[in-house]
Design a protein around this ligand. Structure first.
Ligand SMILES: NC(=O)c1ccc[n+]([C@@H]2O[C@H](COP(=O)([O-])OP(=O)(O)OC[C@H]3O[C@@H](n4cnc5c(N)ncnc54)[C@H](O)[C@@H]3O)[C@@H](O)[C@H]2O)c1
Length: 397
């Protein structure tokens, strides 16, 4: 696709404000018809590397720089990004480059807030991976920084961009499953969640997910996506958070839990459960939204709907003659089929379009902050064995 066509398509897609082949960037400058959005990727480990490959397939963006504190990771990132990209061990040098419009922050959880704030200060648009920031201080500081800036800030909860998830949220809003009563969410896997370490001195740098200083464990790494979804559906933040976790199977020196079980109560009375296991993968990733008339089940990129007894007919899901339930292809119910692309690709396409149109991302600093607060409440609940109540000072607007 030529740049000209891409801009047209982009503007249609995002209902943007592009009037000509010159895209007016949110920077107040002009991105010329033949100019790509120049991107720097900070943290070229597994996610950063993956996102570079996705960006390579998206029209109108170009990865021109990478930064990583580990030389072999930086090399891998540069290899993926191609010959034009320049590498920096110190991300400040990447931020100093005036020709870079936007950055991806794909570093460990504890570093997101400081790096994203530096990037905003340097005038860059930011796509910052989930969970947005670690700890109340880091969350607060980043919200303040972004609120005072005209930069685009997108939090990397990519399911928020999924057109399938958006469609499901609409169905729920239209009352398709009646009144929402509860959510059951899980992300189960089988494995110790460790990465191979080439040298023992790199244990903490590579397996940062295992250590509390850098990581929020499975609550931040896995449940956060599903917490973000529940907050989004309910348009609420959890009133109370309780939970337990433990290091019960992988007793290998790790500090973050190998299983977690969280229960949230929302102001509307809705309850939401979030479970992560590392020793039994049954069911993998799932979200069940349980309503008074029916249930929607979601996995990464598929959704199904089923109806409670007595509501099949009202909702057109039963054969009028035989009484048989229609179109059920599995015990999960009828598939919800809509056209959509991989959520991560969609999230990056949306980031590009938001930069071009100056629109606020749907997964923004406020939604990201509310999820990050709920993650921190979950950690406090599990570690201190307390029920944690939402503090209104974290209801950012
Ligand atoms: N949205 C998703 O589905 C998804 C999936 C995977 C990971 N992530 C997120 O992406 C982030 C990174 O995860 P990962 O699995 O890629 O971790 P990783 O350890 O593979 O990569 C992180 C990289 O950041 C580098 N780094 C650390 N400090 C740095 C600094 N100051 N400057 C530059 N580089 C630095 C590390 O050396 C490492 O190479 C995490 O926040 C994680 O939650 C999101």
């Amino acid at each position: 696709m030529k740049r000209r066509e891409f801009i047209k398509k982009g503007s249609l897609f995002s209902a943007g404000i592009l009037a000509s082949t010159h895209a007016i960037s949110a920077m107040g400058g002009i991105l010329g018809a033949d100019k790509n959005i120049n991107i720097g990727v900070i943290g070229t480990g597994s996610r950063g590397g993956g996102l570079i490959s996705v960006l390579n397939g998206i029209e109108g963006v170009e990865v021109v720089a990478c930064s990583d504190v580990l030389d072999f990771r930086l090399e891998e990132g540069l290899k993926r990004a191609g010959s034009k990209a320049v590498g920096y061990v110190d991300y400040h040098e990447l931020l100093d480059r005036k020709d870079i419009d936007a950055v991806l922050v794909t570093t460990p959880f504890n570093t997101h807030s400081a790096i994203a704030m530096d990037a905003i200060d340097a005038g860059k648009h930011v796509y910052s991976e989930k969970t947005m920031a670690k700890g109340y201080e880091g969350i607060n500081a980043l919200v303040e920084k972004v609120s005072q800036s005209d930069r685009i800030f997108q939090t990397g909860h990519q399911y928020h961009s999924s057109r399938l998830y958006n469609h499901v949220v609409q169905l729920i809003e239209q009352g398709e499953i009646g009144e929402v009563i509860a959510f059951e969410c899980q992300w189960n896997r089988h494995g110790d969640w460790r990465r191979p370490v080439p040298d023992p001195s790199l244990e903490r740098a590579i397996n940062w997910r295992m250590y509390r200083e850098y990581s929020g464990g499975m609550a931040a790494e896995l449940s956060s996506h599903q917490i973000d979804f529940v907050n989004w559906v309910l348009k609420e933040n959890p009133k109370k958070v309780m939970g337990v976790g433990g290091i019960d199977y992988w007793k290998d020196g790790r500090e973050t839990y190998d299983n977690i079980h969280l229960l949230f109560e929302y102001p509307s009375g809705v309850k939401a459960k979030f479970t992560c296991l590392t020793t039994n993968a049954l069911g993998d990733y799932q979200i069940k939204i349980l309503g008074s008339k029916g249930t929607i089940q979601l996995d990464y990129d598929k959704a199904w709907i089923s109806y409670e007894k007595g509501f099949e007919k009202e909702l057109g899901d039963v054969d009028g003659v035989s009484g048989a339930t229609l179109n059920h292809q599995s015990e999960k119910g009828r598939p919800i089929n809509i056209t959509h692309i991989d959520p991560t690709r969609q999230a990056l396409v949306d980031f590009r379009d938001n930069i071009l149109s100056g629109s606020k991302p749907i997964s923004n600093v406020y939604t990201g902050a509310h999820t990050a607060v709920a993650v921190q409440m979950s950690l406090d609940a599990m570690m201190n064995e307390e029920i944690i109540s939402w503090d209104e000072k974290y209801s950012f607007r």
